[in-house]
Each structure stands twice: as structure tokens, then as C-alpha cells.
Design a protein around this ligand. Structure first.
Ligand SMILES: Nc1ncnc2c1ncn2[C@@H]1O[C@H](COP(=O)(O)OP(=O)(O)OP(=O)(O)O)[C@@H](O)[C@H]1O
Length: 274
């Protein structure tokens, strides 16, 4: 089911929430000149799950998210999506495949309203060309109405009706993050990548964001892959966790498995490497 297929019947209560492999990273290595940001890492993301990537500062988490989103092309390894090896793609082509993301540093149009910002998420889904839209021809008009309706549903879902006309630049940080999530959802992603969704938030804002992430996953079946430093949040939200340290994978499993993994404990306690 697509993220905003809101009218669709909810999944049967006994249907398994997590399905087969949606994305697979196979032996990924990424270098920046002499710096090896990722060394030979493999893991998968299953349909419908919430998958976290954690690790100390500089572990290579953002680099990995950038490989998934097509922003970085690894020197070695393969990316598989929906059972096919993904050729080298531009980030917009990856977005067209149904992968959306939010950023560590919010990337919104500050002077534009919340509504207009979220509408930009619909651009890749628009079928009518620029000329039809500029001249407001019938088909473009009908399409605009349809896109607006989807966006209004997202606005309701994320409880941001009261700020829909407000320029984003005037919003507090926590709400900006929610608008960024709204724009990502407007693309109707199959896979949603969240880069530190709780960074800089107070406790109340974190609780809200957690609820919206869980609701997105639960109600629309959206697969989510997130990077997050707040360990409590990661362990509460995630089905499975990949742990990176110095560009290598040192753990992979359920929150309980990862919590009791000696290499992970040492990485977080700052045990010196040889
Ligand atoms: N564009 C780049 N050019 C050169 N080196 C980079 C670049 N991006 C990341 N690196 C290096 O790659 C390594 C991994 O960085 P990355 O930002 O992926 O880690 P991270 O786990 O996301 O860190 P943090 O939690 O601090 O954001 C670091 O040594 C970093 O300095």
C-alpha cells in the first residue's frame, strides 16, 4: 500500500506486518579519497519494518543513508531494490522509484507556506507538463485538485492544520521537522529514510515524532529506515538495528540482540581500537 492510500482498507489484523526483502545492500564500500567511510557492509531492509542504523559519531551512518538515497555511489558493492539490482541513478530517479528522505539539517523552503512546501513533494508524481499547468488547462486543474486532496490528508494525519498557511521560516524546530516528514510522505514513498528525525528536539517533540513515525508505519505500511542518536528512541521504535563503527558493521539484529552484543557495548563505551 502506498503511504497516502488513506481510503484503502486496513490490513487484516492477523496479516504479518513485515514482509520480504525490499532493499539489500551487498558488500558496500565507499571511500572519500583516502577516507574509507564504509567498509564491505551488507544488510537488508524488509518490507513494512522499521530499520535503524546506529553508531558513534563518524561511524558512516549518513554515508550509508546517502548510498541508499542515490546521493553517493559506492566504489564497491551492489544495491538491490524490489528484487532488482539498481543501476547507478541520480537522486531524483531514486525518488521516482519510491524512496523519500528527510535531512539532518532541515531542507525546506523557509519563505513558502507549510502547504506549498508539502505540495513540492507531489512534483515527481505530477503527470501534466509545465505548459498545461502554467495555462491552467482542464487536465492540470483536475490533477491539482487531486494532489491538494492528498496533501490535505497528510496535513490532517500529522496534525498541522493550524499552521498550513504559515511560512515555514516562522515555525519552531519541532514543527519544521514535522513539515519535512509531511513533504516526504507527500511523495507516497515505499521506503522512507529519516536522518536523525529527533535531533534537537525536546522531550515532548520527540514523543510526538515517535508517534507519527509509528503511525506512518502502522497505518500505511511504509517501510522506514532511520538514523538516530537517541538510543531510547531507537530501541523503542525499531524492529531491527544495524550497528556501524569506524565504517564497519559490528552488529545487526533486534534491539535486544544488539543491546547484548559485546562489540556494540564496547563501541559505545569508547573502547580503544588497535
Ligand atoms: N563528503 C565527505 N568527504 C570526505 N569525507 C567524508 C565525507 N562525508 C563523510 N566523510 C567521512 O566519512 C566518515 C563517516 O562519516 P559519516 O558522516 O557518514 O558518519 P556518521 O556516522 O553519520 O557521523 P555523525 O553521527 O557524526 O553524523 C567520517 O570519517 C567522515 O569524516
Amino acid at each position: 500500500m502506498n503511504a497516502m492510500d488513506i481510503e484503502a482498507a486496513p490490513a487484516a489484523a492477523d496479516a504479518p506486518r513485515i514482509g520480504g526483502v525490499l532493499m539489500e545492500m551487498r558488500n558496500i564500500t565507499l571511500r572519500f579519497g583516502g577516507v574509507k567511510a564504509i567498509t564491505d557492509i551488507s544488510f537488508d531492509i524488509r518490507e513494512g519494518e522499521i530499520r535503524a542504523i546506529i553508531g558513534p559519531n563518524g561511524a558512516g551512518k549518513s554515508s550509508m543513508l546517502n548510498v541508499i538515497s542515490g546521493f553517493y555511489v559506492p566504489q564497491e558493492g551492489e544495491v538491490w531494490f524490489k528484487g532488482k539490482r539498481r543501476p547507478q541513478m541520480k537522486p531524483y530517479e531514486v525518488a521516482q522509484q519510491g524512496i523519500a528522505r528527510t535531512f539532518q539539517n532541515i531542507a525546506l523552503f523557509e519563505g513558502m507556506s507549510v502547504l506549498d512546501n508539502i505540495m513540492t513533494g507531489r512534483l515527481t508524481l505530477m503527470k501534466t507538463g509545465l505548459w498545461s499547468q502554467a495555462l491552467w488547462w482542464g487536465r492540470a486543474q483536475a490533477e491539482e485538485v487531486e494532489h491538494r486532496a492528498k496533501v490535505e490528508k497528510i496535513i490532517d494525519f500529522l496534525e498541522i492544520q493550524h499552521i498550513r498557511k504559515t511560512p515555514v521560516g516562522r515555525l519552531p524546530y519541532g514543527l519544521k521537522k514535522r513539515v519535512e516528514l509531511a513533504r516526504a510522505l507527500a511523495t507516497e514513498p515505499k521506503l522512507l529514510l529519516l536522518d536523525e528525525p529527533m535531533a534537537g528536539m525536546n522531550v515532548e517533540e520527540k514523543e510526538d515524532m515517535c508517534r507519527f513515525i509509528l503511525d506512518t508505519n502502522d497505518e500505511f505500511g511504509t517501510t522506514i529506515c532511520l538514523i538516530e542518536h537517541d538510543m531510547g528512541v531507537v530501541m523503542d521504535l525499531s524492529d531491527r538495528v544495524v550497528v556501524m563503527d569506524y565504517g564497519k558493521k559490528i552488529g545487526d539484529g533486534t534491539p535486544d540482540e544488539v543491546r547484548s552484543n559485546q562489540a556494540v557495548i564496547e563501541a559505545y563505551l569508547g573502547v580503544q581500537h588497535d
